[in-house]
Design a protein around this ligand. Structure first.
Ligand SMILES: NC(=O)c1ccc[n+]([C@@H]2O[C@H](COP(=O)([O-])OP(=O)(O)OC[C@H]3O[C@@H](n4cnc5c(N)ncnc54)[C@H](O)[C@@H]3O)[C@@H](O)[C@H]2O)c1
Length: 342
């Protein structure tokens, strides 16, 4: 495959690591990156090391007012010598998008339709290329599906839910399901230890709180940093999530693997330790063609970080999507559709 140029929308806890991981993937050249306040574009390739060191401890994150780590004169990406301050960061990247093969969207999801609306802006500007997101919520997939025809007409290949879960683990479930002719149940159970990484990932932690039964995304968006800290303290820094609205369910259903209602997602987040509180595991239970019932299990090593498990797969799916886009395949794809079919 020829070289792929790509942009990252949102250089918070995830997006900064996207840039870093891309240095280790063949043929990927980051040419644009933005956060809320700044944009960096260089069609010959961004200097990722400079950009990361300029933004170290200085992320324009959505983790709440005082969690926005903005030091010095310039905020976030704008602190890089390659960047400029802007009030219209996404539009600035869209203006350059004729020369960008793929866009990885690592923006927050405090409004369910935010990412679909960002996609609309690319469509309106006549973009034809790849869009990839790492969103979590099941309901957003439907909003993207509604845009399938528009994406097809525009020449856009959109891969949705391409982070860790959904994303990596959805793909693992799709592979594990191949032993079976009938899948009864998919159980996804994740563990994240986020002590030293907590500052960088406040945005994700805030969004996760919206998955607790007592809260929703409006609460998570409006809560003060102190209120978020109180929730974490109430759980002694270790929060267990059950029956999460994670799009693994609808993504496995749209790939024909099982019904969405047969998929459960839960996990444990520990902000007091870098050790994972539990091993991330995918269990797929089904029946083989010759009548045997079994459970295939996929586990992540406890030493692999959340950032590694989001960004490696997200960039891997991005490369698969570019291949499809160049072959003229457009529309909306979930991670399971980029793997062996059921
Ligand atoms: N699928 C998964 O496995 C998985 C795992 C972790 C995180 N995520 C998702 O990744 C997303 C990013 O998480 P994070 O921890 O990096 O969040 P974050 O708050 O640290 O970063 C968000 C970034 O987006 C930028 N941003 C926000 N609004 C913007 C706008 N209007 N224009 C331009 N830039 C804007 C912010 O400045 C920041 O750089 C979240 O939605 C989270 O749910 C998914």
């Amino acid at each position: 495959m020829n070289d792929v140029t790509f942009a990252v929308l949102g250089t918070g806890g995830i997006g900064r690591r996207t840039l870093e991981v891309s240095k280790h993937k063949d043929g990927l050249t980051p040419v644009a990156a933005c956060d809320r306040h700044g944009v960096a574009v260089d069609h010959d390739g961004l200097d990722v090391d400079e950009l990361l060191s300029a933004t170290e401890g200085n992320i324009a994150s959505d983790g709440g007012a005082s969690a926005v780590k903005e030091t010095g004169e310039m905020k976030g990406v704008a602190a890089s010598t390659q960047a400029v301050s802007t009030d219209t960061p996404i539009d600035d990247i869209i203006a350059e998008s004729d020369d960008i093969d793929a866009v990885l969207i690592a923006l927050p999801n405090f409004e369910h339709d935010f990412i679909p609306r960002v996609a609309d802006r690319f469509v309106d500007a006549g973009y034809s290329g790849v869009l990839v997101d790492v969103l979590k919520r099941s309901r957003v997939i439907g909003m993207l599906d509604e845009r399938t025809e528009t994406f097809e007409e525009s020449g856009i290949t959109f891969v949705c839910g391409a982070g860790a879960t959904p994303g990596f683990l959805t793909g693992a479930a799709a592979l594990a399901a191949q032993s079976f002719v009938e899948v009864d149940e998919v159980e996804i159970w994740w563990g994240v230890g986020l002590k030293s990484g907590y500052e960088d990932n406040r945005g994700t932690v805030r969004e996760d709180i919206a998955h607790l039964p007592e809260y929703d995304i409006n609460d998570a968006r409006e809560m003060s940093d102190e209120e978020i800290a109180e929730v974490i303290d109430e759980h002694d820094g270790v929060i267990e999530f059950n029956d999460m609205e994670h799009a693994d369910d609808v993504l496995l259903e749209r790939a024909g693997i099982c019904d969405a209602e047969d998929v459960t997602v839960g996990g444990i987040l520990d902000v007091t330790s870098d050790e994972k509180p539990t091993t991330t595991t995918v269990r797929v239970t089904g029946t083989t063609f010759d009548g045997e019932r079994g459970t295939n299990t996929f586990q992540l090593d406890d030493n692999t970080s959340m950032e590694a498990n989001v960004n490696g797969p997200a960039l891997g799916y991005l490369k698969s999507a570019v291949r499809r886009n160049r072959a003229g395949e457009y529309g909306v794809f979930g991670p399971a559709e980029l793997l062996p079919q059921f």
